[in-house]
Design a protein around this ligand. Sequence first.
Ligand code: SF4
Ligand code: SF4
Length: 196
Amino acid sequence: MHLVPPGQEWIKIYNLEHSSATSAYFFPRPCMQCDNPPCVNVCPVGASYKRSDGIVLIDQELCIGCRFCMAACPYSARYFNWGEPPHTELELSQPYSVETNIPHRRGVVEKCVFCPALTRQGQIPACGAACPQGAIYFGDEHEDAVTNSLGETYRLSEMLDSGAAHRHLEELGTEPRVWYLPPRTLSANDSDGFQG
Ligand code: SF4
Ligand code: SF4
């Protein structure tokens, strides 16, 4: 959807295994849309900023390519365009938007943007909508409801109360807005509610 230039992984999938005695698992890493974003705090020109809805964006019209934000992000969620990215007519036909970072350009930083154009229309981000497993839930924390690609909707508070949900590196004080849920046991109860 974002015509992401080669070399960038706005949502990077790590294949992790804690030990030879445990099963490997996948760890998807988007931009965590931190509530206390170090990337924003170090930007010398205000190109990185957090909107009132909590989404962290980069204004490439302002970015001077210093890459301070890349050094500050503990999740390695930002990428720098060292060269001019390859373009398509579709990409170049669109006016620049800070919500899409399109058209992509040389000498600036980019990252996952949480698809604000979709969420404004009440849709979930493109990665969540494309996930065939319904593994990614998205929603407004204040509405206390999250939905996945299968149309399953749960209360966020109930998911988090299940006990083992965690935020990656939250001990750093970044207040990430992405929670990782405990492994889900598929059962007949799945249609009745979230089973952590
Ligand atoms: S994950 Fe990194 S780029 Fe995203 S808001 Fe947090 S510090 Fe900034
Ligand atoms: S690379 Fe751009 S967005 Fe990042 S800190 Fe420098 S000016 Fe700000």
